[in-house]
Write a protein that binds this ligand. Structure first.
Ligand code: A2P
Length: 330
């Protein structure tokens, strides 16, 4: 099993390598890929050194799977070239997510859709992934009518430059390189990605469209407000869900507890609820603060937290690769 990690020197690529190593992914050859400026750099994986190569070299090496996290433009250009060479691409960018001919996969929710013919598979947006893991079992049992979500997103989702901006500001350096239009430390920015014509941001529209595609149900109504906060470790979400059918809060908690990939942290008597600090470097989605919305019938409030670089990106991609392998789809 030859695995290429495209964007191996980036924030998500680095976590992909860590996750492949931790989960003991059965690879026989690792091909780290980055831009020309990084070619020849050494990457350590399982105690061995691997040299970074460029795209052309990687394609010629015909990897079985390429995990891509090198930006949308790079994916649009190179994913088809890998696919033509017989490689199955799992792409973390937004390039292919809403393409009707490409599958958008969260293994706990819709891995069953995958077939041997899927040569470019899309990994969803980080905020969407953690939400749908919790929504799916609830939709199956109570039928979701509408979701209202507000996010509290980590700066790591923007990349290295954003982490540097926040850390600089924390040290009082206010004239360093800026990843955001405003100071992020000691602040909250109600804008993630660019604004669209309808007044929503691209990130908000991704949550709306991707949720329906992954859940395979265009009737689910979703509205979102996505917000950047000065936090590392993970994204948090306040989620309000209206169902067609009534539910029992204890049943919802038990359903969350039984769902693969979810850890229920919901013990208010002992002040236990999910927080990004605790989700950091974990592969699971953490759910808590489950309670009835007393202002609306059949409606629930919950709080969902996950490490956006792990389940929101790298872990989800590696889990897709594991599924392909297990089902002999490559
Ligand atoms: P490099 O480090 O050589 O620039 P991040 O999102 O954290 O900035 O990381 C982006 C990743 O994508 C990096 O590993 C970067 O490599 C890689 N990358 C960017 N453009 C290309 C390209 N045209 N070909 C290959 N890798 C690229």
């Amino acid at each position: 099993m030859k695995i290429a990690v495209v964007g191996a020197t980036g924030l998500v690529g680095t976590v992909m390598l860590k996750v492949l190593e931790e989960r003991n992914f059965p690879l026989t050859e690792l091909i780290p890929v980055a831009s020309e400026k990084s070619v020849g750099k050494e990457i350590t994986f399982k105690g061995k050194q691997f040299k970074v190569v460029n795209m052309e070299t990687a394609i010629a090496m015909k990897p079985d799977i390429a995990l891509f996290s090198a930006g949308g433009g790079t994916s649009l250009k190179y994913a088809p070239l890998f696919a033509e060479a017989g490689t199955t691409v799992i792409d973390n960018s937004s390039a292919w997510r809403m393409d009707p001919s490409k599958k958008l996969i969260v293994p706990e929710v819709n891995a069953y859709e995958l077939s041997i013919d899927d040569k470019i598979i899309a990994n969803p947006n980080c905020s969407t992934i953690q939400m749908v893991v919790a929504l799916k079992p609830l939709h199956d049992k109570y039928r979701i009518k509408r979701v209202v979500v507000s996010t509290y997103q980590s700066v790591t989702g923007t990349g290295v430059k954003a982490v540097e901006q926040m850390m600089n500001e924390r040290k009082g350096i206010l004239d360093g390189p800026m990843a955001y239009p405003y100071q992020i430390d000691l602040n909250v920015i109600p804008q993630i990605d660019v604004f669209e014509a309808n007044g929503y941001t691209k990130e908000e529209m991704k949550m709306i469209k991707e949720t329906r595609k992954i859940m395979g149900d265009e009737s689910i109504r979703v509205t979102a407000t996505t917000v950047r906060i000065p936090v590392m470790g993970g994204h948090s979400e306040s989620v309000n869900i209206e169902f067609e059918n009534d539910f029992d809060v204890a049943d919802v908690k038990s359903l969350m507890e039984k769902t693969q990939g979810i850890i229920l942290v919901d013990d208010i008597d002992n002040l236990k609820y999910p927080m990004p600090k605790d989700a950091h470097e974990k592969d699971e989605v953490f759910v808590g603060r489950i309670r009835r919305d007393e202002s609306m019938p059949n409606t629930l409030n919950m709080w969902i937290v996950a490490d956006n670089l792990r389940k929101g990106a790298a872990t989800n991609a590696v889990q897709i690769a594991e599924f392909l392998l297990q089902k002999e789809l490559i």
